[in-house]
Design a protein around this ligand. Structure first.
Ligand SMILES: N[C@@H](CCC(=O)N[C@@H](CS)C(=O)NCC(=O)O)C(=O)O
Length: 210
């Protein structure tokens, strides 16, 4: 019998990335909604994610947190989906997965929060500058359809979600390479299904609050 997969999330959260990863993986999973505030900071939930944040995943006795790690974990745990990297793809796959979770997220956050740094101190920042970070990702996506070349992998779920949200929230510039990439990934049935599940959960909650 397969080990149960439990997905802790809130529909209005980065959990949407993991929902898409789960739909891509083909894994059967149970969703547990965790409310912001007291429930997310309760001892029971802190035992799952000591950060008191969603998403989190339990697979049998194993726990994984951090969207990027969960994406990579699911690709490995459900290899039949064919979304883990081949030996040749590993370099690009891990490079850009980590780049999106580190420098890209930091650069976008710093920009959105209006954090500024004197130019001569940018060498101390992992992302250097917002412009350099954005240019690096735009160069990647201008040169190939997907992170690992011409094949969609789980890295595209994570990198793609960053680009999609960046365009949606205007925290990333509307570069043609970004728009074309988001068009490709958002056309996937798994992407549409995942987003529809969270949209329905959000609508349900809004209706209940009205
Ligand atoms: N680095 C984490 C970020 C998770 C995160 O910040 N989640 C937000 C929702 S998008 C959250 O749970 N915030 C609630 C809180 O911090 O109280 C990841 O990638 O999974």
């Amino acid at each position: 019998m397969p080990e149960p997969v439990i997905f802790y999330t809130n529909p209005m959260s980065r959990g949407q990335i993991v929902r898409w990863a789960l739909e891509e993986s083909g894994a059967a999973y149970e969703t547990v909604i965790v409310e912001y505030g007291a429930e997310m900071k309760s001892p029971d939930y802190l035992a799952i994610n000591p950060m008191g944040k969603v998403p989190a995943l339990r697979h049998g006795e194993r726990t994984v947190t951090e969207c990027a790690a969960i994406c990579a974990y699911l690709a490995d745990a459900f290899p039949e989906a064919g979304l883990a990297p081949t030996a040749d793809e590993c370099a690009a796959y891990y490079r850009w997965l980590f780049f999106a979770a580190g420098p890209l997220e930091q650069a976008v956050t710093a920009q959105a929060m209006g954090w500024t740094t004197e130019e001569d101190r940018s060498a101390m920042l992992g992302f250097g500058t917002y412009d350099n970070t954005v240019d690096a990702v735009a160069a990647l996506l201008g040169a190939s359809d997907y992170v690992c070349g011409d094949r969609f992998t789980m890295a595209d779920v994570y990198v793609g979600s960053h680009i999609e949200w960046g365009l949606g929230f205007s925290t990333l510039p509307k570069r043609p390479a970004f728009e074309a990439y988001v068009g490709r990934i958002a056309a996937r049935e798994t992407h549409k299904r995942a987003r529809a599940i969270d949209a329905a959960l959000i609508a349900e909650r809004e209706a209940a609050e009205a």
